[in-house]
Design a protein around this ligand. Structure first.
Ligand SMILES: [Cu+2]
Length: 138
């Protein structure tokens, strides 16, 4: 028993070492799934209902990625862009995950009002490479 406890503790320390929002999620407990590759951001729905929304995120790429949820009427490819930092500005920021390593998953919950949203990955350079997608809440 003692030995098992020590093993479990060691595993927990390793799992938590990166300080990321790494949490597995079940597809049936989220209202939206976002899959990230190098360098695309795909959703399993173009529209979700308003209210508390749990978004599951999977990084299927080889690079770290994050998810940033913006409520804005700006088109996904027209966000103000900071060329120096190679990052999009984040108008109407609603929610975000931390950077997920390759293979990582996360779930983030946000209360979404009806409107137009843009989902992006804002790791330096990735927005410009195409990691952006529209989402409608209605
Ligand atoms: Cu990315």
């Amino acid at each position: 028993m003692k030995r098992l406890g020590a093993l479990a503790l060691a595993f927990a320390l390793v799992a938590g070492a990166c300080g990321e929002t790494v949490a597995a999620f079940q597809p049936n407990e989220v209202q939206l799934v976002v899959e990230m590759t190098d360098y695309k951001l795909l959703t399993n729905a173009a529209t979700v209902r308003p209210g508390e929304t749990k978004i599951g995120v999977r990084n299927r790429g080889s690079q770290p990625h994050d998810l940033v949820v913006l409520r804005t009427d700006i088109a996904p490819d027209k966000l103000p862009y900071d060329a120096g930092r190679a990052k999009a500005d984040e108008p109407g920021l609603v929610a975000r995950t931390k950077e997920l390593r390759a293979g990582g998953t996360a779930a983030v919950t946000a209360t979404l009002e009806p409107g137009q949203y843009v989902l992006i990955c804002n790791v330096a350079g990735h927005y410009g490479l195409g990691m952006r997608s529209a989402l409608k809440v209605e």
